[in-house]
Design a protein around this ligand. Structure first.
Ligand SMILES: [Zn+2]
Length: 118
């Protein structure tokens, strides 16, 4: 995926998520405490791409992958790293947050589905 496309995705997800991290719900700041520009928001893969490759998920084409993107803050991205999001959210934020994050994923997919082609 080219750089311009990634910037566009970042910007759109940032808008859909109201500038908030999908996981912790904080406004997205960089390590200097400055608000992140929408084009520089950190993209996270809901299902780590390595897992998709291992499962040889051939049906995951452009649209499949589209819904695998969220944006999150740098702190969460760094902390989560390659862990499955469910395990990481459970460990970091507790049981109740897992279903809240899942709800946000669903809401995001619905809002993105409603948009025209990327
Ligand atoms: Zn966060």
């Amino acid at each position: 995926m080219d750089r311009e496309k990634r910037r566009e995705i970042r910007q759109r997800l940032y808008k859909s998520q109201s500038g908030r991290c999908i996981y912790c719900q904080d406004k997205m700041f960089n390590f200097k405490g400055q608000q992140i520009h929408p084009k520089r928001a950190t993209i996270d893969h809901v299902v780590p791409t390595i897992k998709l490759e291992k499962k040889k998920v051939s049906w995951v084409g452009f649209f499949g992958l589209k819904f695998n993107f969220v944006v999150c803050c740098q702190q969460c991205n760094r902390s989560k790293s390659g862990q499955p999001w469910q395990e990481w959210v459970l460990e970091k934020f507790g049981d109740e947050e897992v279903s809240k994050v899942l709800t946000r994923f669903c809401e995001l997919v619905i809002s993105e589905e409603g948009r025209e082609a990327w």
